[in-house]
Design a protein around this ligand. Sequence first.
Ligand SMILES: Cc1ncc(COP(=O)(O)O)c(C=O)c1O
Length: 447
Amino acid sequence: MGHAEFELADRPSAAPLSLDEYWMPFTPNRDFRREPKMVVRAEGVWLWNDRGERLIDASSGLFCVNAGHGRREIAEAVGRQLAELDFIAPFTRGHPGQFELATRVAALTPGDLNRIFFVNSGSEAVDSAMKIALAYWQAKGQGGRTMFVSRERAYHGVNFGGVSLAGLVNNRRRFGPTLPGIVHMRHTHLKENLFQPGEGEHGAELAEDLVRFVNLHGAENIAACFVEPIAGSTGCLVPPKGYLKRLREICDAHGILLVFDEVICGFGRTGPAFAAQSFGVTPDIMTMAKGLTNGAQPMGAVAVSERIHDTIFAAAAEGAIELFHGYTYSGHPAACAAGLATLDIYRDEGLFERGAALSPYFLDAIFALRDIGVVADIRGYGMLAAIEVHPDGVPGKRGHAFQKKLFDNGLHLKATGDAAIVAPPLVATREHVDMIADILRRTLKAL
Ligand SMILES: Cc1ncc(COP(=O)(O)O)c(C=O)c1O
């Protein structure tokens, strides 16, 4: 493989960057080395490349930067925290920020999801949630409940628990054997719901797949059912009307825990703080990350119902560790400071309400692209939408080309397969939405 390097236009006197050593995640690295797409600065909804050209960030980085880029309040809070207390062992030692942030997060979660376990990413949140579910059933004396039910087209991060839950073939196929005892319900993408904004009219009955697993495996063997309320990474699959409520009923009838993975949906993406509130369904455990710190620090969390937490605590001897799990950087002081500053911004600027108010305009603008021939489907809810293009031979080829051309035309977003996912920061205005729709239209027409 040849040597690749890149001369940064904004650093003409510096030595060129070698592109050989850094192995980029989820990236066609060889393609990137031929055509590097560098970003050097960000503010609000804007990104700048090294040539000083401005791009609009139509996917909030990677669905993280809900309050927009370059928030000084967060940077300053992190700086202050690092100067005061840079690190404290998270096992058996605490610092105030962890407790303050947990209280603030618990105030946003629905129901009694008031016990908060901190981690460093969405992937860690998912694997932690799986372990908490297993620990709960052991504590309750029902240790036979070890199976998990997930869903086709699900994305739950890249650690082994999440990969085993995953329903995206490329994220699984090279890494087997994945964990045993995981079964997948059908996904909810139905041709009857094509181009349907919001929840589809068809498909609530797909929740009955969970009943089939109960009938096949026995509820006494099933620990939990994991779903993303809106399947995000696969390209915004909004649940059909009544689907999540039905899952909740089936879980209740059979004592199965319901886990919502809100890593993308959380922090205002669907209107309220969490999609659980948008769809009126409260899970037993909820995972979150991304918008928790506005992407400024790596952090995730698992919100757990008091009932589950108390059961696990009650099963441990007084003075003993209740859960043998945690990370060196769980509740890192800098991440907690970023989280607190982020939640202040969301509250003080009313950003969840602002996103909810912009959503109809945003969805109208995106769904107006349906007249372009190459567009196969459009889906959306809140400030999250996906435009799927017809495949060009190999699945994902046209989607990748689309995403690259968008970048060249001044727009950044995340594409998965042939679906481009649009999720602007919640600070975006109607003018920003118009600009995003305009670049999307121009690029789609030229595809
Ligand atoms: C629903 C969901 N779960 C988990 C993850 C993994 O998060 P991370 O990349 O922070 O590990 C993601 C990432 O996009 C996600 O969308």
